[in-house]
Design a protein. Structure first.
Length: 133
């Protein structure tokens, strides 16, 4: 059984075997939130340009960007700009896991349910983790 002193030396991602800082460590929440805002801004810009800023078109573009880019590359444009990536094991999560992760992210609440390992429920359920690049 771990003592209270052992817990003081733990960091988000430690339970996953991730380093405390630097590349490969758990991405901080500020970067994650900024990446989502950048991606939403890109989806909004596309929607304003071609779809008269229709709310459903904006949401569809956002979902398409997340599923395609995260699933195949492990990064969206926003994530790339803030230097974080989504992985499952050592590679991109694939389109099916990216779709599940994105659907849960749109529900908002799973993103806010943070576990001891530092991940939101949407990442835990999809089996993914967001790392610093």
């Amino acid at each position: 059984m771990a003592s209270a002193d052992d817990d003081s030396h733990r960091w988000p991602g430690d339970e996953l075997g991730l380093p405390a800082s630097g590349p490969g460590s758990l991405a901080p929440w500020g970067r994650r939130v900024l990446a989502v805002f950048i991606d939403w801004g890109i989806a909004s810009l596309i929607s304003v340009t071609w779809f008269a800023y229709d709310v459903w078109a904006t949401l569809g573009i956002f979902v398409l960007l997340h599923v395609a880019l995260t699933g195949l590359l492990g990064v969206t444009i926003g994530k790339r700009l803030v230097r974080i990536q989504v992985v499952r094991g050592h590679s991109a999560p694939g389109p099916h896991r990216a779709l599940l992760r994105t659907a849960l992210m749109l529900l908002v609440v799973p993103v806010l349910v943070i576990s001891a390992d530092g991940r939101g429920a949407h990442d835990r359920i999809a089996g993914t983790v967001q790392l610093r690049m």
